[in-house]
Design a protein around this ligand. Structure first.
Ligand code: SF4
Ligand code: SF4
Length: 107
């Protein structure tokens, strides 16, 4: 059973890790993304990791989705299975994406 402090620490590290990967290892991220399957079902659960994004409306829409203001980390989420696990840890629900060998039964 993960405590709230452990959850916040893990999700914060995940945010920092994604920023690092996108800034310093963009090519590896692109390669990893190419192995991703599934699709986004627009649950916006990844918009509430650690805190609710201020751009998320009450109808779970992104105010900056089609603008340059949308962070790269959003456009590339999930980069790998750790990000998918972060969604599950955050809210207990599954992301619509998955990576090879880990649960093709996902919606
Ligand atoms: S958690 Fe996954 S399915 Fe939900 S909005 Fe984010 S990327 Fe899409
Ligand atoms: S900027 Fe948009 S896509 Fe990114 S976390 Fe905020 S609401 Fe979600």
């Amino acid at each position: 059973m993960i405590t709230n402090i452990e959850k916040v620490c893990r999700l914060t590290i995940g945010k920092l890790r994604r920023q690092f990967l996108l800034f310093f290892k963009r090519d590896e991220v692109e390669t990893q993304i190419a192995t991703r399957s599934g699709k986004c079902h627009q649950c916006a659960n990844c918009c509430r990791l650690v805190f609710r994004c201020p751009f998320l409306t009450s109808k779970n829409l992104c105010l900056v989705y089609h603008s340059k203001a949308r962070p790269g980390a959003c456009a590339y989420f999930p980069i790998d299975s750790r990000d998918i696990k972060d969604v599950e840890i955050s809210c207990g629900l599954k992301c619509g994406y998955f990576f090879a060998g880990e649960g093709q039964e996902r919606p």
